[in-house]
Design a protein around this ligand. Structure first.
Ligand SMILES: C[S@@+](CC[C@H](N)C(=O)[O-])C[C@H]1O[C@@H](n2cnc3c(N)ncnc32)[C@H](O)[C@@H]1O
Length: 268
């Protein structure tokens, strides 16, 4: 992520960012929980949650592994995880782009909505794999903007929304194809029993999902206008799409990929 975007996001008001992260959790937790069921997270396991955000999945992992297991929640900015420290839970400040949290330590590692924002996605996947013991499972869940589309190209909001999508698809703010790229990176790393599933939805302006995207964009409004990417008026036109129930789009495809580090492997 360019430094400028990182600084813009770091300065976002605490309550506003918490509200945005809670929406992200509400949208994505059902798919994550069903993947945790498929993988079989249970008592006694050691789990790692990286980029834990507001912490819903770290808390769910702690519930599943119980008092005989352990959960480490890692984040470059763990400001919403103050209450997570406990007898078998801990919080670490960690930048995944710099290395593994702890080598070969975990039965399970998870991240969501994180790798799309790290410049070297394959390197970050390597750091996650390194944190697994041989036989441990990695689950990565990332957005893919390739399927995102306006439902009615003749809608008055269509051209500003097209401009927004083209900016995401061609910009350097994030990897718009992180969903498919994470699959490629995990395959390259030699993970076995690789599986994936993906979900999306048709979103109407005024809905909960539209509010999440609007709040995400609000975080970069000032930067986008200062840079001249948008004028105040064109940015507002985009925001209005997210409030307009007659405007619909196919949302981001949320891709989940999971696989196992081969048994007997000591180095990645
Ligand atoms: C979009 S939020 C996703 C939060 C959570 N995973 C979820 O899906 O609800 C991204 C999180 O990753 C953290 N993050 C960003 N870059 C990071 C990095 N290089 N290493 C570790 N955490 C990072 C942010 O501080 C933020 O909490």
């Amino acid at each position: 992520m360019p430094d400028e975007v990182r600084y813009a996001l770091a300065s976002v008001d605490h309550a506003a960012e918490l509200s945005r992260l809670e929406k992200l959790q509400a949208i994505n937790d059902p798919a994550t929980l069903s993947r945790l069921d498929s993988i079989g997270i249970g008592p006694g396991q050691r789990c790692l949650e990286v980029g834990a955000g507001a912490g819903s999945i770290a808390r769910e992992l702690a519930r599943r592994v119980g008092s005989t297991g352990a959960v480490v929640a890692a984040d470059i900015d763990p400001r919403f995880l103050d209450d997570f420290d406990g007898p078998n839970t801990s919080v670490v400040t960690h930048d995944l782009s710099k290395g593994a949290v702890a080598p070969a330590d975990f039965d399970f590692a998870h991240c969501r909505a994180l790798l799309a924002h790290i410049e070297d996605l394959p390197g970050a996947v390597r750091n996650l794999v390194e944190s697994l013991r041989p036989g441990g499972v990695l689950l990565c869940e990332e957005p893919d903007y390739g399927a995102c589309e306006i439902c009615d190209p003749s809608h008055p909001g269509a051209s500003i929304f097209r401009f927004y999508l083209d900016g995401v698809l061609g910009g350097d703010r994030m990897d718009p194809y992180a969903g498919r790229n994470v699959h490629a990176a995990m395959r390259e790393m030699g993970l076995v029993d690789l599986q994936s599933s993906a979900v999306t939805e048709i979103v109407s302006g005024g809905s909960f999902r539209a509010a999440y995207r609007k709040e995400t964009m609000e975080n970069v409004r000032e930067m986008a206008v200062t840079h001249g990417t948008y004028t105040e008026a064109s940015f507002q036109e985009l925001m209005d799409c997210f409030d307009d129930p007659s405007f619909c789009y196919v949302d981001v495809l949320w891709v989940g990929v999971w696989g196992r580090r081969p048994e007997g492997e000591t180095n990645v």
